[in-house]
Design a protein around this ligand. Sequence first.
Ligand code: CP
Length: 332
Amino acid sequence: MKHLLSTADLSRADAVDLLDVAEEMSRATAREVKKLPVLRGLTVVNLFFEDSTRTRISFEAAAKRLSADVINFSAKGSSVSKGESLQDTAQTLSAMGADGVVIRHGGSGAPHRLASAGWIDAPVVNAGDGTHEHPTQALLDAFTLRRVLAGLPASGPATGAEGRALDGATVGIVGDVLHSRVARSNVHLLTTLGARVVLIAPPTLLPVGVSAWPCEVSYDFDEALAAHDFSAVMMLRVQQERMHAAFFPTAREYARRWGMTDARAAALGPDCAIMHPGPMNRGFEISAAAADSSRAVVLDQVANGVSVRMAVLYRLLTGQGSGAAASTAQTA
Ligand code: CP
């Protein structure tokens, strides 16, 4: 694996291996030695052309916990405002030394362009591109779900999840699928790992061609909740910034018909987790009570993002597998 651009590129073995490496990272950084020396002397460039809290900070934390040097680039305040292109920005940062590049960009396909154009000679990690993909979000979601299914703590150090996939799980992904790179990456990855995925959304918030995706589709949240024994229900952020004012449904109708209300949260099966990639629109796609309930694993997802991103950077920048990570972690 040279780059991580799409979860569609991951085999089941690749995905399980990354999740297993992330488990090792979680255990290693929970011990008294917080930093592993495996990327010492290497530089990770975080190239963010779109806003981010979780992804940007957790990639920085992940790189630092692996002892890498980190250069953070934000398009705001940079020469992008003077018209500098992606090519020139990437080549400028590459000239300063980049052993790995993490990129978030509003244009779907920008990470693929960076990886294939020959502008830089370093692994590229897609940290979210337009409405296309967000592969490390899907990996951290799968990591969290795997813990939940195994009856383990949803985050923090644990043993017992290694080698597992998600066979037998049914996951509902609810809401603004049309604009969601999280949904696309999760449909690929969760099904690769053996889970059954049900997309639940208003017809206007589903992409053209969704019938060809490897999942089921429902327009009615309550019908879907009655029909399936969900292991987890993943609420998507409604991306109002990508919609126009006359969009159907209205905010009020959306919250009533497709939101995780208090009543829907209370009616979920006893083992069903509530997930959300963040940032949340409380009171819109998810009620405050549901977001703060004991079945919500939203903050566990955030915590797991650091371990998963450590695993991705480790695999891409060293090309070594989980056995090497384990021995390095033990000797750190
Ligand atoms: N889930 C996610 O990508 O959040 P940020 O936009 O804060 O990175």
